[in-house]
Each structure stands twice: as structure tokens, then as C-alpha cells.
Design a binder for this molecule. Sequence first.
Ligand code: HEC
Length: 129
Amino acid sequence: MIKQAHLFVLLMALPGATAAFAQEAPKPEKITYPMPGQVKTVMINKCYDCHYDGERDEEAKAGLNFNTLDQLGKIKQLAVFSNIQKEIEKGAMPPKKFVTKYPKAALTKEEADLLVEWVKKESAALLKQ
Ligand code: HEC
């Protein structure tokens, strides 16, 4: 019994379990903006469910929509990346209320760093184009 309980805790702690907070199945193939696999995984697990075409909250979609990100002009993309960095550094995304309800939805320190490093690098690359 004890062993089984441990296994359960272990399974719940696996990254895949974060998908459990999602009400609709994510459609990761719709993130067409090119990003490294690790970054994409975090975006899908921790951000995509509220920031895609099917999201009902218009404000969330207007702030970031992974389905249309690659169709935006460079200036708008830079603004989105800058907002992503700001929101993550403030600890504002995923929203606090949501994280309180679903603690597994929170970004770990490593994930937050990974996303911030990527948006910084991506912005620098866009500026050079
Ligand atoms: C549970 C739903 C939910 C999740 C998960 C979520 N967001 Fe949001 N996001 C929102 C809502 C709602 C808004 C609009 C209201 C606001 O800004 O708080 C928003 C707004 C934003 C904005 C626009 C802010 C602005 O001022 O223009 C950005 C950028 C953003 N989110 C990034 C992220 C990132 C990055 C993640 C993953 C780490 C994430 N979000 C996860 C719901 C979510």
C-alpha cells in the first residue's frame, strides 16, 4: 500500500499531469511561431490553454494568441514578447487566482527563466532583422 501511495504522488508530480487543469485538449500543433522545443512545451503546458483562438476571455486573447502570433508584424510581436517578460517577472502569469486554485499551473523558477531568456533572445533577433 505504501509503495502504491508513493507511486501515485510521483505520477501526480510528473510534468504531464499539469495538463489535468486544462478543460479542453490543447492543440499544440497550432503554435506556428517557431520556438525551441523546451520553450514550446512550457508554453503549451502553462500558457496555451488561455491564449489560443478558442479562448473566451477576449482580453487574454488580445494580449497573447499563439495561433496568430506568427502573423503579427514585427512591432506587435516585440510588444507581445515584452509583455510576456513583464507578466512573468511580475509573477502575474498564469493569473494568481488560477494558480491558487491549481497550484500545478504555476511556473517553476526554471520555467520562468527559460521563457524570459527566450523572449529576450527572440526580441533581439527580431530587432536585427
Ligand atoms: C488561466 C488562464 C491563463 C493562463 C494559464 C495564462 N494566462 Fe495570460 N492572461 C490571462 C488573462 C485572463 C489575461 C488578460 C487579463 C490580464 O492581463 O490579467 C492575460 C493576459 C496576458 C498577457 C497580456 C498582458 C498585457 O498587459 O497586455 C500576456 C503577455 C500573458 N497573459 C502571458 C501569459 C503567459 C506567458 C502565460 C504562461 C506562463 C499565461 N499568460 C498563462 C489568462 C491566462
